[in-house]
Design a protein around this ligand. Sequence first.
Ligand SMILES: Nc1ncnc2c1ncn2[C@@H]1O[C@H](COP(=O)(O)OP(=O)(O)O)[C@@H](O)[C@H]1O
Ligand SMILES: [Mg+2]
Length: 451
Amino acid sequence: MVQTVPVRRPTNEAPVLLRAQDVTKYYGQDGNRILVLDRITLDLRAGEFVALLGPSGSGKSTLLRILAGLIPPSSGRVLLHGQPLQGVNPNVAMVFQSFALYPWLTVLQNVELGLLHKHLPEAERRARALAIIDLIGLDGFEHAYPRELSGGMKQRVGFARALVGEPEILFMDEPFSALDVLVAENLRHELLDLWLARKIPTQAILMVTHNIDEAVSMADRLLIFSANPGRIRVELPGLPVAERLAKGEAHAQLVDTIYRIMTNPHEDITALLPQARVLQTAEVPTYQMLPHVSIGELTGFIERLAALGGREDLYELARELQLEVDELLPLVEAADLLDFVEVLEGDVTLTPVGSAFAEADVLEKKAIFRRQALDRIELIREIVTALRSLPRHRLAEEPFIQRLEETFSPVEARRQLDTAIDWGRYAELFAYDDHAGILYLEQNGDAEATH
Ligand SMILES: Nc1ncnc2c1ncn2[C@@H]1O[C@H](COP(=O)(O)OP(=O)(O)O)[C@@H](O)[C@H]1O
Ligand SMILES: [Mg+2]
């Protein structure tokens, strides 16, 4: 294997290329506004590779779109080389998780699109596109169409199109998430090599990911987002390049620590990582958000944890269950919301209620879940309280949707209610007529018995 010569050494004195200053973003209008990003301030300096980590829905993609000048912030500013950004950011090119290729264009034509705004003579455009196609390992595929390519090759086209214009800044939004594990690993390595050995003139990279291992393997600096609304919770220095590539003990430890931070909003970060900068200290007002986890998944998770002795390191647990962190986190969150587990110092531990749930038979499980859901899940409690207060114990879902849309986007509001309905039905706390969109108590059922 070719040894990479790490020549990049980012410093705090390097010039700031791009700055987000108090960037706040609302989606929706007036009475129905959703705060997605809350006063984000960050600098991207020459020479650095920054990773943004955070749960799904925390506004990471929105922030990239704002910094790329594709959408405006609601308040705050974006500065490019100290000047307020007007319109699309000319110094940024973006790589997307979904590749975003034009199916009716060949590889070469897709790559040339990255030069369209430069208005070059055709011959030069072609020459540059062919050069980057060569560099990025697409040689021989110039005239293929996207449908003829594997996922990994499609994303190479995504990279080639972004890099062909020699952008000063490269944005990547979960660029490896859609790829098979080995393909992703290979592409990550090649990109790092291009970057570290300066085979591309790009000055800075900003990558969004929910893959902690990936962020630790690549970035000089890591920013961890919290959700609802999106805020930068903590900033950490990455590993020195040699340790990043070696994937040794330091790597495993940093991954582990970040797991702990991300799965536990109350963890004392400064005790874990003295070099971290905690940007969000005080208890911030957040709202309860249900992870979209089915009862089957949750039950399976709790039972596996019980089989493993009731306590497991999060990192081990993810490996054991063969889950990515973004698949594990919603399960842990749901279990934590219901008080089935406790997350402390990187370990997930079953609570007594969680253990009882794991061991219970089908009916007892329902009863335990019913108590916990009623006690801990605000939306379910709200629905049950409303239904019990009504003479006919029936209610259209619409008011709940409207109330949820004060906090969530319409799509997320619907998903929140769907999850609450799924959980509430399992618990037999209420029933739901999905044709009419009506929630109701079953007059003779267990629902009444829980008074
Ligand atoms: N165009 C839009 N209109 C309304 N809501 C949106 C829009 N785009 C994203 N959202 C909402 O904003 C929140 C943040 O989304 P996003 O930036 O995609 O998060 P992430 O990339 O961290 O997963 C989510 O709740 C999402 O549903
Ligand atoms: Mg996103």
